[in-house]
Design a protein around this ligand. Structure first.
Ligand SMILES: [Zn+2]
Length: 485
């Protein structure tokens, strides 16, 4: 039975930035390191997400590439552009659109926050935008993203600076890619990282290192971003609404139900009235990042009821055209993609039934129960972790044991869904996690060994590439080994 999709904008956002590299994410930068995807890999991934219900592939041109090295035509950014042009061609052939986002002023692997009020830095921002708009001119949607990382409060920069810069960029992007639809994202406590949303850093030079120094912390500003209060939201959104008519008529505005990192009204107040106001003038979409995955530890997520609840609330709260589903593990979280794609089409679908249907399709009818068991993976504290159910360790251990038994027994040669990677690789990866969690839930797990095993399984790429500015991979391995302690 076919139904009209509830949401027309159904984006699958693969965040393959330099700090989120892992076994299940494509490596598009490091030629001598693992995890590179072939054109065939991309085609199979795109076929899968299309079959699940998505119609847009979204990705980030990350700071490593938003760098003067791109203007000099160095190999890494040049190769990246060629790859994404090829991916865009494949997407178009399959009837999908592509969207790229850029954090508006974040430059280089060191995450330098360029200031639009310093002429040379403004020039660099504009040159880089022009470069990428031209290099990726076949892209359907170009998204201007405020920050995280990114933003500025040097030289009197405020939320108004972000809006004014975005307006200027719309013209520039359209000059290079006349058919592009522009998206402007508000992200958190509008607009992430601009003006007083950033904490105050004495004599700040725009560097990431100096920005995150903990001595800048105050009770009023406990984090370097997300410090906006309701009055700040009001000022930012009122200014944005005042300038909104200057944005292209077909411009998309990304605005969540709330301005916190989880899309809740805990930071900067309730976003729904602003979403309704913006929707009177421009098409709106959500960009609810953490509802599907966090950013630290990779594991097979199971946030399906929350995903369903969000889609239903969006349908009711404001005239949204849709949103995106984020992943940093496109070769692992296939169940989430299936459920997310289906829920964009029909928010009334039952998330538990979707989970069982997926598992029946992949592992056989007799293992549909895996769809229930996988909820037991959702025990990892982190961004967006709001579990439906809490378990004791002995119960978890029983669930993992049954998971292992079923995954070992399952015959995936009759898999009825177009999976990428192939169903056997997917089964083996799930088994790896089931066994690791089973040990973690035991009485005396060997946590040193587990840390090493997780590094080898998930993060070994960092043995051959530079550690990211935020040293995230190191933190992830330690946290994984510490689970259920
Ligand atoms: Zn500035």
């Amino acid at each position: 039975m076919h139904m009209m999709p509830c949401f027309t904008h159904r984006s699958c956002y693969v965040n393959f930035a330099e700090h989120l590299q892992n076994r299940w994410n494509p490596n598009l930068y490091y030629r001598n390191a693992p995890n590179q995807w072939s054109a065939d890999d991309w085609e199979r991934f795109l076929q899968m997400i299309k079959a699940f219900g998505f119609n847009i592939l979204e990705y980030w041109v990350p700071p490593t590439l938003f760098n003067p090295s791109a203007l000099r035509g160095e190999p890494v950014p040049t190769q990246f552009a060629a790859t994404m042009r090829r991916v865009t061609d494949i997407a178009h052939r399959l009837g999908l659109k592509t969207k790229f986002i850029v954090t508006v002023n974040t430059i280089g692997a060191e995450w330098f926050f360029a200031c639009p009020h310093i002429p040379e830095q403004k020039e660099l921002i504009l040159s880089l935008w022009r470069h990428w708009a031209r290099e990726l001119a076949g892209t359907d949607i170009v998204s201007i993203f405020p920050g995280d990382p990114g933003g500025c409060n040097r030289n009197c920069c405020t939320h108004e600076t972000f809006v004014d810069l975005s307006l200027e960029l719309c013209d520039l992007i359209r000059q290079e890619n006349p058919r592009a639809q522009i998206e402007i994202n508000t992200w958190g406590t509008p607009f992430t990282g601009w003006g007083s949303d950033l904490w105050h850093v004495p004599d700040w030079d725009g560097s990431w290192k100096k920005l995150i120094d903990e001595k800048n912390k105050t009770p009023d500003r406990p984090l370097y971003i997300w410090n906006g209060k309701s009055d700040r939201t009001r000022a930012a959104m009122e200014y944005f609404l005042k300038r909104l008519s200057g944005f292209p008529a077909d411009c998309l505005v990304g605005i969540n139900l709330g301005f916190s990192p989880d899309g809740d009204p805990t930071h900067g107040g309730d976003a729904r009235p602003w979403a309704r106001e913006v929707a009177k003038h421009r098409q709106i979409v959500t960009w609810d990042y953490s509802v599907s995955e966090g950013e630290l530890i990779c594991y097979p997520h199971w946030r399906l009821p929350r995903l369903a609840a969000r889609r239903r609330e969006e349908r009711t709260a404001a005239p949204y055209s849709g949103g995106m589903n984020y992943t940093m593990s496109p070769k692992l979280n296939l169940l989430t993609f299936f459920a997310a794609g289906q829920l964009f089409i029909n928010p009334d679908a039952d998330p538990d039934q979707l989970s069982r249907n997926f598992c029946a399709g992949v592992f056989g009818e007799e293992h549909a129960r895996l769809g229930e068991l996988f909820e037991a993976f959702e025990v990892v504290p982190g961004w967006g972790h709001h579990p439906r159910r809490l378990w004791s360790k002995p119960v978890l251990r029983t669930l993992y044991a049954e998971m292992i038994e079923r995954l070992e027994a399952a015959d995936v040669t009759r898999c009825s869904l177009p999976l990428f990677p192939d169903p056997e690789t997917y089964r083996q990866d799930l088994l790896w996690f089931a066994r690791a969690f089973h040990e973690l839930a035991g009485d005396h797990p060997d946590r040193v060994q587990i840390r090493k095993a997780y590094w080898k399984k998930a993060l070994a790429i960092y043995d051959s590439i530079p550690m990211s500015a935020d040293e995230r991979a190191e933190h992830a391995a330690h946290r994984f080994a510490d689970l259920l302690s």
